[in-house]
Design a protein around this ligand. Structure first.
Ligand code: C2E
Ligand code: CA
Ligand code: CA
Length: 271
């Protein structure tokens, strides 16, 4: 009986997975996705310097689905390739609109790129073609990469980064300190920025170890000549601690949640 129960449960699980996979496939054809924008704030101006584009799935009958629920499956199944391409194209098109609008021309746009997507043989020509097609300003685009990219064949990752950097694109290392990175990669990768993971920021006031790690990342970035931004900044206390320890840029609910384009633009205009 126990065995049957287990199998039934496993079947239910793999059915749900298959359901989700099929729905995801259809969603790509039907363009059920939308980009939200979360503000990034700079300490010097105190103003919004740009946004991170975060995907949402408007799944019929399910409301707005979080990427945490479908990006991992998209990565496993390879659907992240068409999906990631859609994200790039949509984000670049948005940056091109901002570029032509004096009110928004200063905005930087950060785009998440999955390891599998970045490792595509033709990722560089794909991106260059999208830049040409959309007219986006590469100097205002930052690709957010995660440490999972460093699990294998780092040399080719570095080569791809260099090729894109030549065209003006920037790179940020997302979720820094949570993955497999070794400090020597910070030396070898042509990064522009590291992002302090929200896991360290969350307890920065209660856990001296998190505080030490956050502080150390800020100092390390500074000494390496890299920019640094803290994510998951939810409270004025988080903000104050990070600011007092030299962090120059912030992202988090304190400054704004990820929101639809119109709301984000209104926020920028409200200044
Ligand atoms: P991420 O790149 O680390 O994005 C930050 C996540 O933290 C976002 O979740 C954001 O909504 C959330 N967040 C922002 N500020 C706060 C805060 O103050 N407190 C808390 N608790 N959370 C905050 P989201 O939008 O659900 O995205 C989850 C993950 O899904 C992202 O993590 C990223 O890994 C992935 N993702 C999202 N959009 C894309 C995309 O277009 N392409 C790829 N490849 N991955 C994406
Ligand atoms: Ca990110
Ligand atoms: Ca992150």
């Amino acid at each position: 009986d126990a065995f049957r129960f287990f199998t039934a449960e496993m079947n239910a699980q793999s059915m749900a997975r298959l359901d989700m996979e099929n729905a995801l496939r259809r969603a790509i054809d039907n363009e059920e996705f939308v980009l939200f924008f979360q503000p990034k704030v700079n300490i010097i101006s105190g103003r919004i310097s740009g946004a991170e584009a975060l995907i949402r799935w408007r799944r019929p009958g399910h409301g707005m689905v979080s990427p945490a629920l479908f990006i991992p499956l998209a990565e496993e199944t390879g659907l992240i390739l068409p999906l990631g391409h859609w994200v790039l194209e949509t984000a670049l098109r948005q940056q091109a609109r901002w570029r032509d609008d004096a009110r928004f021309t200063h905005l930087n746009l950060a785009i998440n790129v999955s390891a599998r997507q970045f490792r595509q043989e033709d990722f560089v020509p794909q991106l260059l073609q999208l830049l040409a097609q959309t007219g986006a300003n590469p100097e205002r685009i930052k690709l957010e990469l995660t440490e999972s990219l460093l699990l294998q064949d780092v040399d080719s990752v570095i080569a791809t980064m260099h090729a894109l950097k030549q065209h003006g694109l920037g790179f940020s290392l997302d979720d820094f300190g949570t993955g497999y990175s070794s400090l020597s990669y910070l030396k070898r990768l042509p990064l522009d920025q590291i992002k302090i993971d929200q896991g360290f920021v969350r307890d920065v006031l209660n856990d001296p170890k998190d505080a030490a790690i956050a502080h150390t990342i800020i100092v390390l970035a500074d000494l390496l000549g890299l920019a640094v931004i803290a994510e998951g900044v939810e409270t004025v206390e988080h903000h104050r601690f990070l600011q007092e320890h030299g962090c120059p840029a912030f992202q988090g609910y304190l400054f704004g949640r990820p929101e639809p384009l119109e709301a984000f633009e209104q926020r920028v205009l409200a200044g």
